[in-house]
Design a protein around this ligand. Sequence first.
Ligand code: IPM
Ligand code: MN
Length: 373
Amino acid sequence: MKYTIAVIPGDGIGPEVTTQAKKALEAVAEVYDHIFLYKEAQMGACAIDATGDPLPKETIEICRNADAILFGAIGDAKYDNDPTLRIRPEQGLLNLRKELDLFCNVRPIKAYPKLLKNSPLKKEIISGTDIAIFRELTGGIYFGRKEISKDGKQAYDACAYSVDEITRVTHLAFEAAQIRKKKVTLVDKANVLETSRLWRKTVVEIAKQYKDVELEVLLIDNAAMQIVLNPKQFDVILTENLLGDVMSDVACAIGGSIGVLASSSIGEKNAMFEPIHGSYHQAKGKDIANPLASILSAAMMLEHLGLLDEADAIHRAVEKSLDLGLTTKDLKGVGQYSASTSKVGDFIADYIQNQEDSSMNFKNIYMGQSTII
Ligand code: IPM
Ligand code: MN
């Protein structure tokens, strides 16, 4: 089959990790006889530098017409350090989410057995954790009215949600729970926020349609504590935009490194796949960033396209790289080798194509006997 993939490398380490994801996709294309047609587009600080706009019109069109979107990262130090700038890279990502109505952000949080010791949390606490965070992505305080008073001494961000916005993401969360461990935890701040009370009322009502799924409600402060104290109690976490942003970064401690966590942002017509990590500009161009989150995002993209065997091939290759310890140095202690971003990408692609033979190639390389990868 032929698929058009919009590729937005973005800022910082975005381009180098996305390149590795494309290597994995090319290996998949070869083995499973597909054609991936990549259409590159700009977004973020690089787009501001090139066009003055963090989300050029052309990027929106390329994305709208693609079968799926693969995105790297966004953000640059020069904007982080200057809060007075009105045009910011992140507006590119936020506007694209809104333009394409990518309302449902799914962030799987898993404790890979090989990475248990990389987490600051105790092995017995996190081992076996398998959570899917469903974060509403196009509403709430991110998109409410923003204002700063004329004298610059007061600022406002409004948080608004409608029943419709809550309903559509809630159904996706419950449908996911039905084929997982049949539990949804709604995370909110219903003891304080009106929007949270609307979430609760709406979700409790919808839950009645899913008799096989248990609904639990937790306040965000408690949930943030519970996810580090006892992450295994969670299956699907459903929450609004800002709380989901924070919960998913906290949950990254379970995965051992934010460098291995992927995500998808789903709408009615379009879908985008990206690492949870940011642009990590300190590492830009150094070939040290972990490409696994981007590679696993490509796997999520294949799943979304219905290419399940193909996605599995990527997962097996990632697991093999962890087994062999062929990882970037953020995953210290996983293996005796510390590989560059591009070496990890080469290995993953090679393993997808050559399976067990790749382990041989890999060992030879480290013994200096081969230049196959
Ligand atoms: C994320 C990011 C974004 C967000 C930023 C870059 C705007 O942190 O995808 O989690 O807050 O949604
Ligand atoms: Mn975030």
